[in-house]
Design a protein around this ligand. Structure first.
Ligand SMILES: C[S@@+](CC[C@H](N)C(=O)[O-])C[C@H]1O[C@@H](n2cnc3c(N)ncnc32)[C@H](O)[C@@H]1O
Length: 239
């Protein structure tokens, strides 16, 4: 009998049948086993295990921040572009900024922007507690306003966009000219819990990421890829 045809999307995710026919555990066991396998091979620890880490009382890092796979991915990207100047939109309590600061070239700097003073205050304490305060400039306020105040003649090597989803397309317009040629824009949450896949989005945040994805589709001056990792991570390399 002929083998079933493998369609273009059949190998997209590790848990699809074509990629997972030998896993012997149950469906419930699959994701924990996948994480454990990735974390062990990659030497990943949770922020609480390797940072001096104060969390927010309102949201946990697991719920609001990047997970260890994403922060390690950011570090590898920063090393690959030899990042000296990094911009982050959306600091929360500072975990991704700390990992980015640890991946900078010597003398490098992370500028990170957080709208809410409550989170910014915790982030600043976390920067000091982890000894990276000299490598991070924390700006408080609306990111679009803060980005527009940044000098246009000091371009960034890497930008991590992880703020207000409703305004992602506007962020793109503000960030693109501030990225050096060969620099990388990393955009988090671009599938927004599945809403970006809907013909009609169910949330304003979903609509925001969809508008951004439409803009990205037209950005032919960037080499771009939407990765089916976490909540969707888009890579845009400025050519
Ligand atoms: C997903 S969290 C960031 C997580 C963090 N980058 C990490 O990976 O650990 C998004 C953050 O963006 C902040 N934010 C929302 N709207 C913003 C705006 N207009 N300007 C700056 N920050 C904003 C939120 O307060 C929140 O702390």
């Amino acid at each position: 009998m002929a083998e079933p045809e493998v369609r273009v999307f059949d190998k997209l995710l590790p848990n699809l049948r074509t990629n997972n026919e030998y896993f012997a555990g149950s469906d419930e066991e699959y994701v924990p086993a996948l994480y454990e396998t990735i974390a062990r091979a990659s030497g990943l620890l949770e922020p609480g295990e390797e940072l001096v880490f104060e969390s927010s009382e309102r949201f946990t890092q697991a719920a609001m921040g990047s997970n260890p796979v994403s922060t390690r991915f950011l570090q590898i990207l920063a090393r690959l572009v030899r990042a000296e100047r990094v911009l982050e939109v959306g600091t929360f309590v500072g975990v991704s900024a700390i990992y980015l600061a640890r991946a900078l070239e010597a003398g490098g700097r992370v500028v990170t922007i957080e709208k809410f003073p409550e989170f910014a205050a915790i982030a600043q304490r976390n920067f000091v507690a982890n000894g990276v305060q000299d490598r991070i400039t924390l700006l408080v306020g609306d990111a679009i306003e803060r980005i527009e105040e940044l000098p246009a003649d000091e371009p960034f090597d890497l930008v991590f966009l992880d703020g207000h989803k409703e305004r992602y397309a506007e962020y793109f317009e503000a960030i693109a000219p501030r990225l050096r040629t060969g620099g990388l824009l990393v955009v988090d949450d671009v599938l927004f819990h599945g809403d970006a896949l809907n013909r009609v989005c169910r949330t304003e945040k979903g609509e925001g990421v969809r508008r951004f994805l439409d803009r990205a589709a037209a950005a032919k001056d960037f080499l771009r890829l939407t990765l089916p990792l976490a909540n969707g991570i888009m890579l845009m390399l400025k050519q």
